[in-house]
Design a protein around this ligand. Structure first.
Ligand code: ADP
Ligand code: ZN
Length: 738
């Protein structure tokens, strides 16, 4: 099914055109792995299935082709909130996109109609229902749509974990648009789901592009749950002022959790599908605009959440499949910076899920096979929790991929945090013999009471305080004992009878332990020390944290003014780099990854000024070296740049160089500034007329400013930023020679 990626790479001209667009709108100078393949499938209009992990950069893959190919593509997306955020984000970058859905305001609808008439948009986001409505179909057919991308494509498959009925009809697309290519995108899809997507959408000889599932920037920890609330509080406190999501199974749990955290000084809100719609929207918006950082939620909180700087995901209970776990933890660290994922696990979670699944299967009249399949997925999940193997390793293997490293340096096992219990075999023997003495006819709670030596009425009635095993574990608390019992269940030493009131029974393995023929390993319940990873230390190297917070504040204000989520202004990765480089000149800021031309013009002046002020006040050095991205091909010559430099030396105009190299104007202006700074040409007449030069220098002298914005305004916004940049560079270069 897959064809070799080598044959699907574009030639160097096409690649230059792609990079030019990426640089112009997003300010990225490199593509992530497999983005190039996915983008060129879009440009070539070859059907494709792209499976990249959350945060892998899928959106770029369908956003770039219509710009390069100069056309309007359609993107199918399941949720309105998701579309809105994407469109907001794209507009901040100067990218023409629009969404079509039922919640448009009259003004938005007018804008949409007008934009469509002017053929302005490159991307149109639309829900599956809307796309397949007869009127809209007719319209799109008349527009001669050439490519359709489908986001969250796993929703079309019954074998996936998030099947959506309204996605099923997308199977009709190929009939309606026989000449358009279809591009399916998803983050989690096992082989079976991949096959199903290809078949249902009727993809023709698709390019199948599958990335690695591993997320190296996530630190995984799976701890025995002793006290859900205290343990969660401890984790969340490690992430002061950072975004955390706490996943709970029930609605009631989310509310209790939010209340507990708030009572302990961590402001948190609950979110679940049972809440009023406007309450849900309020929580979502507050989280997106960074007014709120901690949310305790059911899985209903997810798909619409695009905040890229979520630093911590806590699972207060075990999710029911590894796919869910991967998807939910995947919401952390989408900006590529380190994030922590903590799962609090108890063997009791497995029984709870089995009960819930059985009940809902009965209610829905589900075939027996289907319930069995669910139990299988559940077993994989609990297997992940109860083995003491590298978490990155185990997750990769589940999705059918090799994990190369021996020590990931980013999970509790590899960081050496998982503490084995001392005398585990003796402790196990105490528990097992207590189960035996109690005639194998009591549940977890009661066995625990006896082991703890509880003086309760039930114990006295039954005369169990006289048993030899009474009070054997009196130094442990109730929750720790329950956790130990569940660990023994996970290891197959105890089993619970099915039904409403399960009782504990010994297995053959248990007998071997009691006879002293078998060793047992147990994890110490409670919290082990948490180590800092190397990656985390590195990420903050040279970053001024005070300035970082200051810039976050500025971002929050701007986001609020513009009514957009904060992360569409700048990602945390960009803010961190700004707080490290501390640029006070736009020129310097333009080299920071993630600062595109539009944002430089639009937000640059404000940020540069804030940085300058802050650094003066706090006596910080400014304009540090911009980090060179470590990349295997970094020494490769850049032919476009060489061509540009040569042509500038010959006096070619920017327009001439643009058509020769295919690079964006902003990129070329950057090269030209470099050329001017290094070569000190006598004049910049080929690029800026003398008269304009004079006016800019005059304005700069008059204002005693070397920032673009004030000069731009002083000149009645008539001289473009590029020209001001060129003049300032030249003026500085010749002055320094004098
Ligand atoms: P996905 O949809 O696969 O979960 P996104 O498209 O939301 O991922 O991208 C995740 C993050 O990575 C975004 O903040 C995006 O701006 C960033 N990103 C995407 N491509 C690149 C790139 N080539 N270089 C740097 N950052 C990128
Ligand atoms: Zn590991």
């Amino acid at each position: 099914m897959a064809d070799s990626p080598v044959t699907t790479l574009p030639d160097s001209d096409a690649k230059a055109a792609i990079l030019g667009v990426v640089e112009q709108f997003w300010g990225f100078s490199e593509l992530r792995p497999l983005q190039l393949q996915a983008i060129s499938a879009g440009i070539d209009q070859r059907d494709s299935l792209v499976v990249l992990p959350t945060g892998g950069g899928k959106s770029l893959c369908y956003q770039v082709p219509p710009v390069v190919a100069d056309r309007m593509d359609v993107v199918v997306s399941p949720l309105i909130a998701l579309m809105k955020d994407q469109v907001d984000g794209l507009r901040q970058n100067g990218y023409p996109a629009a969404a079509v859905h039922s919640n448009l305001t009259p003004r938005e609808r007018d804008e949409l109609r007008m934009g469509m008439r002017e053929n302005k948009f490159r991307l149109l986001f639309v829900s599956p229902e809307r796309l397949l409505s007869p009127r809209f179909l007719e319209y799109l057919k008349s527009q001669n749509v050439q490519a359709i991308s489908i986001d969250e494509a796993h929703c079309i498959s019954q074998w996936g974990h998030d099947f959506r009925l309204e996605y099923r009809r997308l199977a009709e697309l190929k009939q309606h648009f026989p000449n358009a290519s279809i591009h399916a995108y998803t983050a989690t899809a096992t082989k079976r789901v991949q096959g199903d997507i290809v078949e249902q959408l009727g993809l023709r000889q698709p390019r199948v592009i599958v990335g690695t599932f591993d997320r190296p920037n996530l630190v995984y920890r799976i701890l025995p749950r002793v006290d859900m609330y205290r343990q969660t509080l401890e984790v969340v406190r490690r992430h002061d002022k950072e975004a955390c999501i706490i996943y709970c199974i029930t609605r009631k749990d989310t509310e209790a959790m939010a209340e507990f955290l708030t009572a302990n000084g961590v402001i948190a809100a609950a979110y679940h599908a049972g809440m009023e719609k406007h309450d849900r929207t309020r929580v979502q918006d507050a989280f997106a605009s960074e007014q709120l950082d901690v949310v305790a939620a059911t899985v209903a909180f997810g798909m619409g959440i695009d905040r890229s700087n979520v630093r911590c995901i806590v699972h207060a209970s075990m999710p029911k499949t590894i796919e869910h776990y991967q998807q939910e933890t995947g919401r952390a660290g989408r900006d590529g910076l380190e994030a922590e994922c903590v799962l609090l696990y108890s063997g009791g979670d497995v029984m709870s899920w089995q009960r819930i699944m059985t009940m809902s299967a009965e209610r829905a009249n589900m075939p027996e096979d289907s319930l069995k399949a669910q139990f299988e997925l559940l077993e994989h999940m609990s297997g992940l929790c109860s083995t003491l193997e590298c978490r990155h390793h185990a997750l990769s293997r589940y999705f059918g991929q090799e994990y190369e490293q021996d020590n990931c340096g980013a999970c509790d096992v590899c960081l050496g945090e998982v503490e084995g219990m001392k005398d585990a075999t003796t402790v196990a023997q105490k528990v097992l013999s207590c189960v035996y003495r109690l005639g194998q006819s009591f549940g977890v709670g009661y066995v625990g009471e006896v082991l703890r030596g509880a003086n309760t009425e039930k114990v006295r009635q039954r005369g169990h305080e006289t048993l030899s095993t009474y009070g054997l574990l009196k130094d442990q608390n109730e929750k720790s004992i329950a956790n130990i019992i569940y660990q023994l269940v996970d290891q197959g030493l105890l089993q619970r009878t099915p039904g409403d009131k399960p009782v504990l029974q010994l297995t053959d393995g248990a007998l071997a332990v009691l006879r002293g023929e078998r060793e047992v390993k147990l994890v110490e319940p409670g919290s082990a020390p948490v180590h800092t990873t190397k990656a985390a230390e590195h990420a903050w190297e040279g970053v001024d944290k005070g300035l970082f917070e200051h810039l976050r504040e500025l971002r929050r204000e701007i986001a609020l003014q513009r009514s957009v989520p904060a992360y569409v202004i700048f990602s945390d990765a960009v803010l961190r780099e700004l707080a490290r480089v501390r640029p006070t000149l736009l020129e310097k800021m333009s080299h920071v990854q993630g600062v595109g031309a539009k944002k430089l013009e639009d937000l640059g002046p404000q940020f540069v000024e804030a940085i300058d002020e802050y650094c003066q006040e706090h006596e910080l050095s400014t304009d540090e070296q911009v980090e060179v991205i470590v990349r295997p091909r970094s020494n490769r010559p850049n032919p476009q740049k060489e061509t540009a430099m040569r042509m500038f030396a010959e006096g070619a105009t920017i327009e001439q160089v643009m058509s020769a190299t295919g690079r964006a104007r902003s990129t070329l202006t950057g090269y030209l500034v470099e050329f001017i700074e290094s070569q000190h040409p006598e004049s910049v007449q080929p690029w800026v007329p003398d008269a304009v030069y004079e006016r800019v220098v005059e304005a700069a002298t008059h204002l005693a400013a070397d920032r673009l914005r004030p000069i731009f305004e002083h000149l009645d916004e008539q001289v473009p930023f590029d020209a001001i940049r060129i003049v300032l560079a030249h003026h500085a270069a010749v002055s320094s020679q004098r």
